[in-house]
Design a protein around this ligand. Structure first.
Ligand code: C2E
Ligand code: MG
Ligand code: MG
Ligand code: MG
Length: 291
């Protein structure tokens, strides 16, 4: 009976794995189609400075699936990674972001904004990554300093020297780098000093805990101070409450992002919100009265 059960369990597992495999293969094919059919879309989430002004946005990928509706990146990016599609998807994201920046170039308000794009480790590792970024920036004729590239610590676990060389080439062209989800990876403080970074993005788990207890508050304050000591612009991710914002401001945090200020929204919605805020500012309505 035991061996019967064992066999049944193994068969069951294999069945589930095969089902999962077919399902994923189907999804990979769908993702390839999605890129051809224009089903990918970049949502924009505002980034705010310590004066309360919107200074830019982070571009966050969505898959507008004809049957499933909007699919979140946490679902399909791992699939794209496994199937080797990520450099292709990442290339689409970069192009679309540069196209958006180009469309903002002649607008007195929108032209002042920056756009941050997430770059996955596998995309960054492709040998012609830096050239493809430079080519895209040149093709759309955008100001390189408007583009920010967000890398996670996973990019840096690999051999440091080629990573630094690639970053330096892009940095020399005026493109800026942010280290995303800071504090969740295998951080070594020595690499932080060696990378040509502009910004440190504190992971939202620290922000979330910061108003829970004194220890968590102290931790977030120290991370901010460390970023400042390294000469970096510090941004807090996942700010959801007034209390979190107040604590972060008091701790010397430079920039903020989170549902408290705005969720990721379609490009047109974001642009309309920025224009409305600019009209308010011109009318001399204080930030605290803006909605
Ligand atoms: P991320 O780069 O750290 O982006 C921030 C994530 O936190 C976004 O999730 C955003 O919607 C969410 N978020 C923002 N504010 C808040 C808040 O106040 N509370 C909470 N609970 N969440 C907040 P999203 O859009 O689902 O993206 C998840 C992750 O997927 C991103 O994390 C990034 O790692 C990856 N991703 C998204 N778009 C791209 C892309 O174009 N390329 C690559 N390689 N990765 C992407
Ligand atoms: Mg990011
Ligand atoms: Mg992040
Ligand atoms: Mg993340």
């Amino acid at each position: 009976i035991n061996s019967f059960l064992a066999t049944a369990m193994v068969c069951g597992c294999i069945y589930v794995i095969r089902l999962e495999f077919t399902r994923q293969k189907g999804m990979v094919r769908e993702l390839q189609q999605a890129m051809r059919n224009d089903e990918l879309e970049l949502f924009l989430q505002p980034q705010i400075n310590n004066a309360g002004d919107i200074i830019g946005a982070e571009a966050l990928l969505r898959w507008k699936h004809p049957q499933r509706g909007y699919v979140a990146p946490n679902v399909f990016i791992p699939l794209a990674e496994e199937s080797g599609l990520m450099p292709l998807v990442g290339g689409w994201v970069l192009k679309d972001a540069c196209r958006t920046l180009a469309s903002w170039a002649d607008d007195p308000v929108l032209s002042r904004l920056t756009l941050a794009v997430n770059v996955s480790a596998s995309q960054f590792a492709v040998s012609d990554f830096q050239q493809s970024v430079l080519d895209t920036v040149a093709f759309y004729g955008i100001e390189p300093s408007r583009l920010k590239l967000e890398l996670t610590e996973s990019v840096i676990i690999a051999d440091m020297e080629p990573v630094i060389a690639k970053m330096n080439a892009l940095r020399a062209a005026g493109i800026r780098f942010a280290l995303d989800d800071f504090g969740t990876g295998y951080s070594s403080l020595s690499y932080l000093r060696r990378l040509p970074l502009y910004q440190l993005k504190i992971d939202r788990s620290f922000v979330n805990d910061s108003t829970e207890n004194q220890h968590a508050a102290g931790l977030v304050r120290n991370i901010i101070q460390m970023g400042r000591d390294l000469g970096l612009v510090v941004l807090a991710e996942g700010v959801e409450t007034t209390a979190q914002h107040a604590l972060l401001l008091d701790s010397g945090c430079h920039e903020f992002q989170g549902f408290h200020f705005g969720r990721p929204v379609p490009r047109e919605t974001f642009e309309a919100a920025v224009q409305a805020a600019a009209v308010h500012a011109q009318a001399g309505i204080p930030q605290s009265a803006r909605s």
